[in-house]
Ligand binder design. Structure first.
Ligand code: SF4
Length: 552
């Protein structure tokens, strides 16, 4: 395997750091070859590696690089019960699957050899499991014991109850955390929701009048507490949501009966009473606060430290990688990584050159998405910019907005172009189909599915030539953000609110730019449409010190 120049230059430094159990944080842009670098340095230090990724889609690049360059190494991957079970639909919560009475409750007795991409392999394994009556989920779990590389999603590392299930000695592995900027919001993976809709579904699932009466009462209380706004509003008094022990027991009995019946019938679907019970259990925990968000109640942790603490275990060897890694101070102070030694490497700064594709920046001086100035006039100006850029672009254009509300306001002034607007239900497949034959303007929101998830490439190169950042995507300063900032500020004895907001906006802008840079050959144009980008901090952080200034 031939390493790229930056990989050659930095290998030894990273290997030495990992040998001493330092935590390595690697900031390297998309398309620079981070995965192969992690495999290279990892295998120099230990025989075994774990890759921790955000979504199942991210299993594939690890599989591809391993098969190409380390075909002698065994691979294992862990996929949640709801995807691997023989009897479920995807929306089932894994905790609702009652394996103990399942006739397939055993893994394979022979060693799994993964020769196909994980998604294809899983489908084949499920087919085999159905005919030979074994469980794909437990077979995959067993396979971690002999693999050189294990791929898993965040919960299996960060949630102690799932980590324990794996029963592996993590100190024997180099643990690589991909897209590590996401660990800032790790606790959100474990948030619990309660909505009128889920209560309605639970009421129709319940069999006894008593259970239905309890759920109706809960629905009335929930209706009084929820608000349609798309922001977190603290529910300060949750006493009415608490049920008596007897009421909980009645729901638990119903839940258990439904669980067992589903297994016996060989068809496991969503158990709504289970969802409601988990919400009710979670609000007993005093570290959790309840918010209203868009017609639901959401119970969530304010601080992620219980999940993040594993990164502070000095016996474990971690390498964090991201194209949008938060700065070192943020990792330490706000995320809470407080190991003795952290080595932070910004690859492009360390080797003093670009290691992936490049982009040219433009900053507009006559528009802003500042909330008080979001007039109809301002929306028209943004639309004029979008049209001009679109007509002059060579390929598709990605435009990222701070919110749905602002995106909708601007899109009303667009006409005669092929555009796609993200909604909460938009799927990547839908976008792919819609842009297949026509140049398109793809409009998404910051921290949404399109600005962070989508990879539109052909022959290894991005299909997006221009990225428009239509306003600075500061996160909404709602009750959740304020309470979180207060809690961290108290711990650190200094106010971190500004840093928290700024860095989240920066990560979001960099993620948007990353949609157009998928390989070293990509060249993109980045349009920073907000006069507030014309500050030294933004220009320096975005590598846009030579940005050209524009006006309509
Ligand atoms: S197949 Fe059976 S044992 Fe396996 S996850 Fe599903 S219910 Fe559990």
């Amino acid at each position: 395997m031939k390493l790229r120049e930056w990989q050659e230059k930095l290998s030894e430094k990273v290997i030495q750091a990992l040998r001493q159990n330092f935590l390595v944080a690697l900031q390297a842009p998309t398309g620079s070859g981070k995965t192969i670098f992690a495999l290279h340095v990892g295998f120099k230090v230990k025989e075994r590696l774990i890759f921790v990724v955000r979504t199942h889609n991210q299993f594939f690049p690890v599989y591809r690089e391993l098969k190409t360059y380390y075909s002698d190494k065994d691979l294992a991957f862990i996929i949640g019960k709801s995807s691997a079970c023989l009897y479920t639909s995807e929306d089932v919560d894994p905790q609702d699957i009652y394996c103990n009475i399942c006739s397939a409750y055993k893994g394979l007795t022979y060693k799994l050899t993964i020769k196909d991409p994980p998604s294809i392999f899983l489908n084949k394994l499920k087919e085999e499991g159905k005919s030979a009556n074994f469980c794909p989920y437990y077979s995959l779990l067993d396979s971690v014991n002999y693999a050189h590389v294990i791929i898993m999603t965040y919960p299996y590392l960060f949630f102690p109850w799932l980590r324990d299930l794996l029963n592996i000695d993590f100190s024997k592995y180099i643990i690589v955390i991909d897209e590590a900027h996401n660990i800032d919001n790790i606790s959100s993976i474990d948030e619990k929701r309660l909505s009128k809709r889920s209560l309605d579904q639970a009421i129709s699932q319940a069999r006894s009048n008593e259970a239905r009466r309890i759920l109706e009462k809960l629905k009335n209380t929930t209706s009084k507490l929820i608000h349609p706004d798309e922001k977190n509003i603290l529910v300060s008094d949750i006493s009415e949501l608490r049920l008596s022990d007897d009421e909980i027991r009645i729901l638990e009995d119903e839940y258990s009966d439904i669980r067992q019946e589903m297994i016996k019938s060989g068809k496991i679907s969503k158990n709504y009473i289970g969802n409601i019970l988990r919400f009710l259990y979670s609000i007993q925990d005093e570290r959790i606060k309840v918010f209203s968000y868009s017609d639901s109640l959401v119970a969530k942790y304010i601080i992620s430290s219980d999940f993040i603490n594993i990164l502070n275990d000095e016996n474990l060897t971690f390498m964090l990688m991201s194209g949008t890694m938060p700065p070192l101070d943020y990792l330490k102070n706000i995320i809470g990584i407080n190991r003795r030694e952290i080595i932070y490497i910004d690859v492009e700064k360390a080797v003093k050159s670009k290691v992936s594709g490049s982009y040219e920046c433009f900053i507009s001086l006559d528009v802003t998405s500042a909330y008080a100035l979001r007039s109809e006039e301002m929306a028209k100006k943004y639309a004029s910019y979008l049209l001009k850029i679109f007509y002059n672009s060579s390929l598709h254009v990605m435009a990222v907005f701070p919110s749905y509300e602002f995106m909708n306001k601007v899109s009303r002034h667009l006409s005669n172009i092929n555009y796609i607007k993200e909604t909460p239900d938009t799927s990547i497949e839908e976008v792919m189909i819609s842009i297949k034959d026509t140049k398109s303007l793809i409009m998404g929101i910051a921290r949404g599915k399109l600005s962070e998830g989508v990879e539109l490439v052909s022959n290894g190169r991005s299909l997006i030539s221009d990225v428009i950042v239509a306003g600075i995507p500061f996160p909404p300063v709602d009750d959740y953000l304020k309470i979180r900032a207060d809690a961290i500020s108290k711990m650190l004895k200094k106010d971190i609110s500004d840093e928290l907001i700024r860095i989240q906006a920066l990560i979001s802008v960099k993620q948007s730019i990353g949609r157009a840079i998928r390989s070293p050959n990509d060249k993109a144009t980045v349009w920073l449409l907000d006069k507030r980008f014309n500050s030294l901090w933004w220009k320096r952080e975005l590598n846009c010190l030579n940005a050209r200034k524009i006006k309509l």
